[in-house]
Write a protein that binds this ligand. Structure first.
Ligand code: EPZ
Length: 442
């Protein structure tokens, strides 16, 4: 996305209307790109279903094609990927994709397995903290790769990846995926401890198991990967996007409407559903999805601490804070996964919210950011009426939260840089219009 495009992508909407109707989910933004990377581990055709039309999928499709693979769409929502003719990644290809997404770092394992070489990309992704890749590099070195750095460029080499005992300093989603993708064809057994176990990671493990891998998820966050000599293709429908589902839930309760989210799965959202109910939301689970609305006795304040799965997902935090601005009382949110994930609060306060940020850990969870000068705890006083404003969107999840805030606010809001939201939400404008949002221009 060029800066010019970023500046022109905008949405103008008038708030104050309850959102009513239904939306349908497609595959999870934080699962689909990883499942596409798994296809690089085989020369056989891989069919991926329930594919959302989002930017991150397009970026990885372009990357696979740039590496000599093929990505075709025989019908909407389906991708056929074949990496039979894959070739090593040139620095020029890496440069083209660095900075646009965090996914390229996950190609290191498969490229090392196939070619013994992998350049290390500088990454993009949402600006919500430093987001280093040290866990990724260290894990690949544990698996036998060697890191080379010259003239600011880094690359990894390995004649053969070998199984190892690896412990992550933090249950990082990306680093867990990196280990799994690197170990699945390594020689011997890899024991990963302190791993992330999000549903999106289980989705990746299920795809690899279909491909012939032997991966066990054990007690206390330990994952064992038995290396196998080769993998075959897969046919898999990605899990639905539980993060988008939560965003619509918050929009329904915040605007005092009712939204049925087709495809939402209770099993992926149990922690969110508990907190949603405790905050005065209500929901009904059916075989086709989940309906969300605000309970009759109104919204009430609560205390949230984000955590790794099965805790309250950090990506649920932003839309939930909008809900809390409309809840009676004082709420607290302690963000323990990212050090800088409250940047969006300033614009909400301009709209009339009363949110104060603190450096202290306002919660009982062990946190890496306490006393290190990060504003990672928020206190929200509500309910506060919001008024429309001009808002520049900083990142994906905050972007959707601003849309929810604008839908709640009285008056007109202008949101710019809305392309960022397209990274993770398919057809956002169409969904908002179908729910009765008063869109003045998009
Ligand atoms: C994934 O990011 C998701 N992105 C994020 O969603 C999500 O918030 C995050 O996991 C946590 O659930 C995708 O899957 C594409 P991490 P990831 O590695 O893998 C630190 C969204 O809006 N860390 O679990 O990059 C890191 O700084 C996005 O959809 C290191 O220190 O997250 C952070 O504090 C936002 N060194 C913590 O771990 C490393 O090498 C968790 O990061 C890697 C991570």
């Amino acid at each position: 996305m060029s800066p010019a495009t970023a500046a022109t992508s905008s949405m103008v909407l008038r708030g104050g209307r309850p959102l009513e109707g239904s939306v349908s989910l497609r595959g999870a933004k934080n699962s689909l790109p990883k499942l596409m990377v798994a296809a690089l581990l085989t020369g056989e055709r891989c069919r991926l279903r329930n594919v959302a039309d989002i930017v991150d999928v397009a970026i990885v499709s372009d990357l696979i094609r740039a590496l000599g693979g093929t990505v075709e769409s025989p019908e909407p929502g389906v991708l056929d990927i074949c990496a039979a003719d894959l070739k090593p990644m040139e620095r020029s290809v890496l440069r083209e994709f660095s900075g646009r997404s965090r996914i390229p770092i996950l190609t290191c394992g498969p490229l090392l397995a196939r070619f013994g070489q992998a350049p290390v990309p500088s990454l993009g992704g949402c600006r919500i903290g430093s987001r280093p890749v040290d866990f990724h590099i260290r894990a690949l070195q544990d698996l036998g790769a060697t890191l080379h750095e010259e003239a600011g460029n880094a690359h990894l080499s390995a004649t053969q990846l070998t199984g190892a005992k690896i412990r992550l300093d933090f249950p990082s989603v990306g680093a867990t995926e990196q280990v799994i993708l690197g170990a699945v064809c390594a020689e011997g057994v890899t024991e990963l401890s302190n791993a992330a176990i999000e549903p999106e990671i289980m989705d990746l493990i299920m795809v690899l198991q279909k491909m012939g891998a032997i991966i066990a998820v054990n007690v206390d966050r330990a994952i064992t990967i038995h290396g196998v000599p080769a993998l075959r293709g897969f046919d898999h429908a990605a899990i639905p996007d539980r993060l988008e589902a939560a965003s619509w839930a918050c929009a329904a309760a915040a605007t005092n409407g009712r939204i049925f989210v087709e495809g939402a799965r209770q099993v992926d959202m149990m922690t969110f559903l508990n907190r949603f109910r405790q905050t005065g939301g209500d929901f009904e689970v059916t075989g086709q999805g989940i309906a969300f609305w605000r309970a009759s006795d109104g919204l009430r304040s609560t205390v949230i601490e984000t955590d790794v799965h099965p805790g309250f997902m950090t990506d649920w935090q932003q839309p939930f804070v909008i809900l809390l601005t409309q809840a009676a009382g004082v709420s607290i949110v302690h963000e323990t996964v990212y050090e800088q994930r409250f940047g969006y609060v300033e614009a909400l306060n301009r709209m009339g919210a009363k949110i104060q940020l603190y450096r202290e850990c306002l919660g009982g969870l062990k946190c890496r950011f306490g006393q290190r000068n990060w504003l990672h705890s928020a206190v929200i006083a509500g309910p506060t009426p919001l008024t429309g404003a001009e808002i520049h969107i900083p990142d994906l999840r905050a972007g959707f939260s601003y849309v929810v805030a604008a839908l709640v606010a009285k008056g007109v809001s202008t949101l710019t840089n809305t392309d960022l939201i397209q990274r993770g939400y398919e057809n956002l404008t169409g969904k908002l219009q179908s729910l009765g949002a008063d869109l003045l221009s998009t």
